[in-house]
Design a protein around this ligand. Structure first.
Ligand code: CS2
Ligand code: MG
Length: 401
């Protein structure tokens, strides 16, 4: 059996997605997510121009060799575009391998290590009352973990707070600009968690995403201020490339730290993991080189008591979610899986077998990943330029969004 075709499908059912579909001489197909929010066409071009020609004729069973061929063979290494492209190939080949074996991919990764994949949802609100009812709606649906993002007085637009049923920050062709104020954020957030913890008691797992916007000492201050509310994690407290910044935060607070949705290789996090500067690593299949490489990151994390908490926003397609769930089910150090349900039109274009029940996602039991792309339907949703927003401080300084 060999690879006879590989198609890069760019579509926009609810939001932009890039999908790689690989076909074999035996008529089998496999899919991989290649979506990089705001930079989708860069990955599509990398795949079309520099990867697909290398795949034709290759043995699809040689997943590791293909991974090394695409990683080392490029000479230029790492980076979100390259690693997302490699991830898409890797994921599609694992899908094919599962189909050849007649097994769901988690069986090829060591089998089930847990009954299901515990997920967290995104609660938010423009007012504290709206926020509390948003948290309550997740609890009523069986969630045991909820991320809390609150509106901040005097900050008009803030990441993670929206009335939209499906949150899509990459809405405009060019980046929209919002004004950010760290003093207002730090002054307001602890009181939000005091209210949420008082309302929902001590065992509901609460998380918060600082979204890269603080300096290490500001993050240390926030971590300390949140300690009475026993968060499961404070996410992306500082820009992720500042690995030593986590050392300073660690010196000041016991609030657990999570980072990694922007990581694309083990080299982005090996010091953070080895020095136990973080508690959860959030890297995911689509941006960290696929199942093959993400498994390596998770195995390094397991050696250092670091658990997983993979990214699962709506800008990662159901193909990525399907692959993530197979890995989440099998690894020993699973922590939590982020779960933002996609728009209905997204689910129609990407039929999948994973299902939510009582706080858990359960991957498909079909051979492979249990997901596909309906190419005819995808063609009805053409790509549209969309960029993520940026923040500026009140004096106009460009700041992390
Ligand atoms: C966020 C993401 O879900 C999260 O934790 O950090 O939604 C992030 O804003 C988007 O994936 C960016 O495309
Ligand atoms: Mg995040």
């Amino acid at each position: 059996m060999n690879i006879v075709a590989a198609r890069v499908i760019v579509c926009s059912p609810g939001r932009n997605f890039v999908t790689l579909k690989i076909e074999t001489s035996d008529g089998l197909t496999g899919v991989g997510d290649a979506t990089l929010n705001g930079r989708e066409l860069a990955v599509a071009a990398y795949l079309d121009e520099h990867v697909v020609p290398l795949l034709i004729g290759r043995d699809p069973a040689r997943i590791e060799d293909t991974w090394q061929y695409l990683y080392k063979g490029a000479y230029w290494r790492r980076g979100p575009v390259t690693m997302t492209a490699i991830a898409a190939v890797d994921t599609a080949l694992w899908d094919i391998k599962g189909k050849v074996a007649g097994l769901p991919v988690y069986q090829l990764l060591g089998g089930r290590s847990r009954s299901g994949v515990s997920v967290y949802g995104h609660a938010n609100g423009a007012t504290i009352d709206e926020l509390l009812s948003s948290v309550a709606s997740f609890v009523s649906r069986g969630y045991t973990a909820v991320r809390v993002q609150a509106a901040i007085p005097d900050i008009s637009e803030i990441y993670g707070v929206s009335t939209a049923t499906v949150y899509e920050p990459a809405s405009a062709a060019l980046p929209t600009e919002a004004v950010w104020s760290t003093p207002h954020y730090l002054a307001h957030l602890p009181a939000v968690f005091e209210r949420v913890r008082a309302e929902f008691g001590p065992t509901l797992r609460l998380l918060h995403d600082a979204h890269h916007r603080l300096t290490p000492i500001e993050a240390a201050r926030l971590g300390k201020a949140l300690e009475p509310y026993a968060l499961t994690w404070l996410e992306d407290p500082v820009p992720a490339e500042l690995q030593d910044g986590y050392r300073l935060i660690r010196q000041h607070t016991t609030t657990p730290l999570a980072v990694g949705e922007v990581f694309n290789s083990i080299w982005d996090c090996e010091r953070l993991i080895r020095s136990q500067l973080i508690d959860y690593v959030r890297a995911t299949v689509v941006h960290a080189g696929g199942i093959t490489h993400l498994r390596r990151i998770f195995d390094l994390a397991a050696l250092h008591q670091v658990r997983t908490g993979s990214h699962g926003a709506t800008d990662l397609s159901p193909v990525c979610m399907s692959a993530a769930l197979h890995l989440d089910l099998a690894i020993p150090n699973f922590g939590l899986q982020e779960y933002m349900p996609h728009a209905p039109e997204t689910d129609e274009v990407f039929p999948h077998g994973y299902r939510y029940a009582d706080g858990y996602l359960h991957p498909s039991e079909e051979p492979g990943l249990g997901v596909d792309i309906d190419e005819a339907l995808a063609a009805k949703y053409p790509y549209r330029p969309a960029s993520l927003p940026v923040n500026r401080l009140t004096d106009g300084t460009l700041h992390d969004w």
